[in-house]
Unconditional design. Sequence first.
Length: 336
Amino acid sequence: MNSWQFDGIDPKEPCVVCEHLRPWLFCRDPSMEQALADVPRFARSREPVLIQGETGTGKELVARALHGLGPRDQGPFVPVNCGAIPDGMLEAELFGYEKGAFTGALRRHRGRFEQAHQGTLFLDEVGEMPPPAQVSLLRVLEERAVHRIGGEAAVTVDVRVVAATHRALDERLASGLFREDLLYRLNVLPLMLPPLRERRTDIPLLAEHFLHHGLQDMGWQPPMPRLTQEASELLARHDWPGNVRELRNLMARLAVRLAEDTRELPASLLYPLLPRAGRERSGVVDGVFIPLGTTLAEAEWLLIDAALKAADYNRSRAAKLLGIGERTLRRKLNAS
């Protein structure tokens, strides 16, 4: 299995999965399953695919799935982040150049299109591409050949192009920052990925996957810790503006903090890792998860229990954490 594929997936996991995509992506939420339904069919085509979705939604994973499921799977997969390359260098990077084409061009350079011959070229953040490069890209898509900078001969390329963007390209179009003819040429087979907040039933599944993957990397052996119901609900209520990438990073931070005998993950372990705004939206009060429908008496006991644990069951310190006197705390404990 390639290093970029999701590995370590339990085949007995009771989730709805598009079986053809299991090595790359897995999901339980119908919105994501619907978004991925066209991927196996699109993979068999050589027409361009345009993947749209917020940052961190898994656009490159989908692009790799399109490559891996198609007839070009034995060819190269070449990713290019169009927003990470300076404007003046993007065309040279994509289409190549001849020796002496410009200052510093000490030898011939094969561009990314040539490197992706008989494979897939993934143009990430294509919405950031400057207008001159857009003109050149459109020409390559129509002619299926590149002209290296400083060269005269056309170099034929057999490349399947998959593009991705987090931008609303219709807005870029209206502002004159993206060419209409290029958009039509790229958007032959469209895919729209939902943000994580719209596929909340996937969040606990993904969280445990990322956590277990991180623990395995550190040498942990099964059984792996599992999320409690409260922890799962806490994660599912968070809006995840950074989407799957944010969730993965949070679980990586959690993995390095766990004691080796941990078997259950309560919400209290996750609370310090969430941003303050996320804690408030998730229904957490001062480090304690309060499920909706909890009675006032039950909520009070949850706060007392959390304070005692935080104070190593020292009643004096726990009372200070709660902002009450030790005698009041003792009375409440006796009453419970």
